[in-house]
Design a protein around this ligand. Structure first.
Ligand code: T3D
Length: 262
């Protein structure tokens, strides 16, 4: 579809691949736009009955491209932080409101908004070698991309708090124990396992699946649009902090951050 997001449709299954492998599929502006276009295309194509979201190379997706983010923060913090409302929230809404099942084929590391994209899918098939890291707090940010909404529903409030606040990398085996992963398979089988599941779902009652999906979303106490709005507001505050800038600088400079609490 574009240089950074591939779109293939075979036998009623659309496969959307985030394809910036040299950057571990980090999401820069162009990739976010292309990803949304691909998801919109899959949602709007009545011939597509299941969708697989995956990454090229060794990563699934490591979230926001922090190199581009640092440049944008220096130019215009407002514009940099506006990406949550402009790009991430619509991506999560596209996945959670898509009237067909979406499977995340998590072929490698999923971090930050990349992990949140997988959480917003209906199924997660992880490679044994994949890892998950809720990287937001590690760079001085709160949760975004729906992670504070989807993650507690997968693992419960206490574990979600731990994963979000400690930003520790967890293995695929741990993700399975916690309920983040539906299946864990050998790395070389992840695409096949996701395709098999997609094939099964694509051959199933698509309208019923859409009804189940919508019912599950509505069963939550807070509508996702309001939860996302709240996240965006809080993220704006954290994103303007000195500690956020310091942590982004520290990450890219490969040193420990010096947090000042401001
Ligand atoms: O306003 C807003 O923008 C808010 C939006 C926020 C949404 C978010 O997604 S916030 C979270 C952003 N993501 C992260 O903070 C993750 C940062 N990455 C990591 O913590 C680690 O790289 C991983 C745990 C994901 C993987 O670790 P590992 O050891 O497998 O790989 P590595 O050596 O750390 O990274 C390999 C390369 O990828 C490295 O580049 P180099 O040295 O080979 O040139 C590293 O800098 C680069 N990389 C990894 N993550 C990102 C990245 N480059 C840009 N952006 C990244 N997110």
């Amino acid at each position: 579809m574009t240089e950074f997001v591939r779109y293939e449709c075979v036998d009623a299954i659309a496969t959307v691949t985030i394809a910036r492998p040299a950057a571990l599929n980090a999401l820069d502006h162009a990739t976010k736009v292309a990803l949304r276009q691909a998801l919109t295309r899959a949602a709007g194509d009545a011939d597509v009955r299941a969708v697989v979201l995956t990454g090229a190379g060794r990563a699934f997706c490591v979230g926001q491209d922090l190199r581009q983010h640092r440049e944008q923060l220096a130019r215009s913090p407002q514009a940099a932080l506006g990406t949550v409302a402009e790009h991430y929230n619509p991506l999560i809404m596209a996945l959670t409101t898509m009237r067909k099942p979406v499977i995340a084929a998590v072929n490698g590391v999923a971090a930050g908004a990349g992990a949140a994209l997988a959480f917003a899918c209906d199924f997660r098939v992880l490679a044994e070698t994949a890892t998950v890291n809720l990287a937001f707090a590690g760079i001085g940010l709160g949760a975004d991309s729906g992670a504070s909404w989807t993650l507690p529903r997968l693992v419960g409030h206490a574990r979600a708090t731990e994963l979000l606040m400690l930003s520790e990398t967890i293995s695929a085996a741990r993700a399975l124990e916690l309920g983040i992963a539906n299946r864990v398979v050998p790395a070389e089988d992840v695409a096949t396992a996701a395709s098999e599941l997609a094939r099964r779902l694509a051959a199933g009652p698509t309208v019923a699946f859409a009804a189940i999906k919508e019912a599950l979303v509505c069963s939550a106490t807070l509508p996702i649009a309001r939860a996302l709005g709240k996240e965006s507001a809080l993220q704006l505050r954290a994103g303007k902090s000195a500690d956020h800038r310091e942590a982004v600088d520290a990450f890219l400079d490969k040193r420990q951050p010096r947090f000042t609490g401001r």
